[in-house]
Design a protein around this ligand. Structure first.
Ligand code: ATP
Length: 210
């Protein structure tokens, strides 16, 4: 993807794409930025600005061409190719993600899992082989894995991330509470489920007390 696109815009692309595909399946041919805005809950000025980064694409009085935009975003989001993802740490959370395995999305698959637990290594967990950590670099190269989901205990995360950087991983979905220093060409997306819930609880509590 073009590096000039702001992160906030990039994060909205899957939302646009999902809704456009829904419209396409419903046989709709065009949509105005106002309609799109109401459907995806993003204000229409933001939508127009987001789309303008792609040289896009609407015509005044006509709106946006649904087929064209759907294909356009699919390409940007790489929905026309399969992304194989690796997962490190087949504990409670890792197992849940392996069970889930993004089945509703045809373009993402966890293809390899890694763990230090000898009982897990060498098994196939819901269709995904579990490798030892000794095989990490080799499997990443052989399977062209560019993205890793990290669900290990936090005390081991730093050392693993160093290995991932060394082997040339492009992105890490980090479920540990640690925050890493990584080179500019590696992206880390932090997911802190406890934090999210606590934020929610905080806002609910405050609404009730103020
Ligand atoms: P979760 O944190 O997902 O609830 P859990 O409580 O079941 O998991 P943890 O101790 O957090 O277990 O470990 C998660 C998984 O990470 C386990 O399967 C464990 O064997 C694995 N693991 C621990 N250390 C490492 C490591 N250095 N490299 C790879 N995997 C590891």
């Amino acid at each position: 993807m073009n590096n000039e696109i702001p992160r906030a815009t990039a994060l909205r692309l899957p939302i646009y794409h999902r809704y456009l595909r829904f419209l396409q399946n419903a046989g709709k041919k065009r949509i105005s930025s106002t309609e799109l805005s109401e459907a995806v809950k993003v204000d229409s000025a933001t939508i127009r600005r987001d789309f303008s980064y792609f040289g896009a694409l609407g015509k005044r009085g006509y709106g946006y061409d649904v087929d064209y935009l759907t294909d356009f975003f699919a390409k940007i989001l790489n929905h026309d190719r399969l992304t194989t993802v690796g997962l490190i740490g087949v504990g409670n959370l890792g197992s849940a993600l392996l069970n889930y395995n993004f089945r509703k999305n045809h373009n993402i698959r966890i293809g390899a899992a890694f763990d230090v637990n000898a009982d897990l290594v060498g098994t196939i967990f819901v269709g995904v082989p579990v490798y030892s950590m000794d095989e990490l670099e080799q499997q990443i190269k052989d399977q062209h894995i560019e993205i890793i989901i990290l669900t290990v205990p936090e005390q081991f995360a730093e050392e693993i991330v160093d290995r991932l950087i060394e082997v040339g991983i492009r992105g890490i979905l980090n479920f540990t509470p640690l925050r890493f220093n990584v080179p500019n060409d590696v992206l880390v997306q932090n997911v802190d489920l406890t934090n999210e819930l606590q934020t929610l609880i905080y806002f609910i509590d405050n609404e009730f007390t103020t």
